[in-house]
Structures are given as C-alpha cells and as structure tokens.
Design a protein around this ligand. Structure first.
Ligand code: PMP
Ligand code: GLN
Length: 385
C-alpha cells in the first residue's frame, strides 16, 4: 500500500489503542493467564444459542426495526418496571443498540454540543471521554476517593456551572467494583434538580451487586429518570460479550434525539439475537441469580489470593477485583502489569490508564469472570509474586 501523504488532523490526538486490546494481545503473545480484558471464559447458555438458531432457521435474518424488535423492547420495559418500579414506553422510550458502547456514544452525540461540559468520575471506563471530545464537549474529571472509590458530592456541586450538560455515572463501577448507594442517588437528584443537566447512567453490571445490596438504578428515582439515559448490556448479563448487544432507555424527548443519531450510526441491530433475547429475558431467574453466581467467583478468588502480598480492595459489584501491590514494589502500575505478564504469566489492567492524570495508586484490576481452574492457577501465580 502506498503511504498516505496528505495532511491529517486527528480528531483524537491523545488516543491510542485501548488498554483491553493491548493487554489481551500481550497475554496471548506471552501465553499468560488473561485476567485483563473483562469477559467470561466459560460458555453462555446453550438454550440461548438454540433460541438464536431457532430464529435464524425461522427466517428472522433481515433488518430489524430501527428501534429494535418490539418483543425485546417490551421484555426490557417489563423487567425495568418489575425491578426498579419505573414504566418506560416500549414504543418511544427504549432502543436496542450494538452493545452499551454504541448506546453511550449515541447518547453523548445526541445531546452534547460544542463547548458543553460533561462530568466524568475517574477512574472511568474508557469510551466516555473520546465520545465527548468527538462532539466538541469538554470532559471535567472528578476523582473518586481512594481506596473506596466514593463520589465526593461537595466537589461535584462546585464543578457544576451553566456549561454542565451531562454527568456520567457508572454503577456498579468499572474498574473499581464500587457501587453507588441510595444516598448517592439522592445527592445526584438534589444537585441536578432545577437544572438542564442530563444524566447518562452506565448500568451494564446491574445484575452483579453483592452482599445483599441492591442495584440503585436511576430508574428507581423518578425525578432523575426524567433527565436520564440508562444504558445496559446483554453481553455482561448473559456471558455473551462477543454478541455486542445492549440497550438504552430514556424519556421520550431524550429518546427521540437518541434515535436520530442511532438510525445513522447502525440503523438497526442484528435480528435473530433480538428475538432470542426477547424470549430468554422472560426467564427472570437467569439474571436474578447472576449476583450469587459472581459473588461466589469473587469470594473464591479473594480467598485464594488473601495470603499473597497484594492488598485486596473492596469489591461490591462487577466482575473485577482490584489488588493493591504497594507492599511489593513501587514501580509504575503500567510497568508492573507488563512485568507480571512477561515474568509471571498473568495479565491484569493497570488502573492508572482510567485516569486523565494517570493517577497511580499502585493498583491492578483482575477479572474474575473465569472458570474455577483458571482462577485457581491465577491465584497460585499471584501468591508467588
Ligand atoms: N460500560 C462499562 C462500564 C463496561 O465495562 C463495558 C464493557 N465491558 C461497556 C460499557 C461496554 O459494553 P458493551 O460490550 O455492551 O459495548
Ligand atoms: N469492558 C471490558 C473491560 O472493562 C472490555 C471491553 C473492551 O474490550 N472494549 O475489560
């Protein structure tokens, strides 16, 4: 291929390849156990696969409606009403997306204008800021308080001004594993009341909340729900991250803007999987048991590494466990993560990459969505470091 010689002004000059891609590639190159990128290494339900196959065989292989298959939108509104008490219209307030990533990009693009400020809490999942920047918005970073990763609402209040267009929250939180509590949502409601601020709530780990706590969805708070996009992902709930299917729910006026963007970004999401999910979502025990399923994995992993020289941070939700390595070395977390792959054969994610300022608290993120054998081998390695 001849070289591209014309000038090119990158729209994302600071952005490189995502940490997940880098770490997974390096894990493969060094044949390391990969607890870096978040994905299960066990199979999804064979019943769900059979349903996808059934709908393919039945001929559901052409474009779905732009908003998504109605039966799936109805199943989502039923679930939201039952779990969180809020009624969304399947016709006008739900859209099926190509994963949560597309839902997040679409929501931001739909409402963030040039010069708007968007508050993001760091460490933050990596797809928020590029979407804000591409739309001419400005990301305002507020750090969660280490080591519990709580939000300091006093600081949030101070950072809000007439340019604040959006606040992005994520609960349960990737990468920290913390969850927002009732008081947090009440603070958010108070702070945004009487403003034009829109909330984007990333709730992809909604069914992975541990120790008897409940997921505090925005949908439990009617005043907040009235100004919010809520995003979730079937990839997390059904061990199908490779299917890239999720959804967004929002009040009609917000959803109307969302769909204006969605229809030109993807138009519609793949059809047979939507039909399959619509049917499978009726089996509520499948998602209601996920908390226990992952809590067991969390406990197994925590127990297996507790004699190591790493310090375990709290994990209230998600499938990520943070380990503090400050007792072992003070090298940079990015360097240490690479060394762990090359010298010890285990891959993690250095948490500093989720901060604008690369704040390095000497913490690595390990994904415990793995079978017991993998977790056992990983823990043995961790105990030998
Ligand atoms: N938000 C968070 C917090 C995530 O961890 C992820 C993915 N792992 C996403 C969004 C994106 O989800 P999806 O794979 O459905 O695009
Ligand atoms: N959400 C997953 C994680 O946090 C990775 C998703 C991706 O690879 N983009 O590890």
């Amino acid at each position: 291929m001849p070289k591209f010689n014309a000038s090119l002004h990158s729209k994302l000059p600071k952005v490189g390849t995502t940490i997940f891609t880098i770490m997974t590639k390096m894990a493969q190159a060094y044949n390391a156990i990969n607890l870096s990128q978040g994905f299960p290494n066990f199979p999804c339900s064979s019943e769900l696969i059979a349903l996808v196959n059934k709908y393919m065989q039945q001929g559901q292989n052409q474009y779905a409606p732009m908003q998504g298959v109605l039966a799936l939108r109805e199943a989502i509104t039923d679930k939201t009403k039952k779990l969180y008490g809020c009624h969304y219209s399947p016709e006008t307030e739900v859209t099926i997306t190509a994963g949560a990533t597309q839902a997040i990009y679409t929501a931001i693009t739909a409402v963030v204008n040039e010069g708007d400020e968007v508050i993001v809490f760091s460490p933050a999942y990596d797809c928020y800021e590029p979407a804000i920047e591409l739309n001419g918005g400005k990301t305002i970073h507020i750090e969660l308080e280490f080591p519990d990763y709580n939000i300091n609402w006093g600081i949030v209040k101070k950072m809000i001004n007439h340019k604040t267009r959006m606040i992005i929250i994520n609960t349960p939180h990737n990468p920290s594993g913390s969850i927002l509590k009732k008081q947090d949502l009440q603070e958010l409601e108070k702070i945004t009341s009487g403003t034009d601020i829109i909330v984007l709530s990333d709730e992809v780990y909604e069914h992975m909340v541990f120790d008897g706590n409940t997921h505090e969805s925005i949908a439990k708070y009617p005043e907040l729900a009235a100004r919010s996009f809520i995003v979730s992902s079937f990839g997390k709930t059904y061990h199908t991250t490779g299917w890239k299917i999720g959804y967004c729910i929002a009040p009609e006026a917000l959803m109307a803007e969302f769909r204006k963007v969605h229809q030109y970004l993807v138009f519609a999401v793949n059809t047979p999987i939507q039909y399959a999910l619509a049917e499978y979502l009726k089996k509520e025990e499948e998602y209601l048991h996920l908390n226990n399923f992952y809590q067991q994995k969390r406990d197994y992993f925590r127990n297996a590494v507790k004699k190591s020289r790493f310090k375990l941070l709290n994990c209230e939700g998600t499938y990520f466990q943070l380990l503090d390595y400050s007792n072992i070395t003070l090298e940079k977390d990015t360097d240490f993560a690479v060394r762990l792959i090359k010298e010890f054969g285990i891959a993690s994610v250095p948490v500093s990459v989720f901060y604008n300022e690369h704040t390095d608290n000497k913490v690595l993120r390990f994904c415990f969505a793995k079978d017991e054998e993998t977790l056992k081998r990983a823990a043995e390695i961790i105990c030998n470091i």
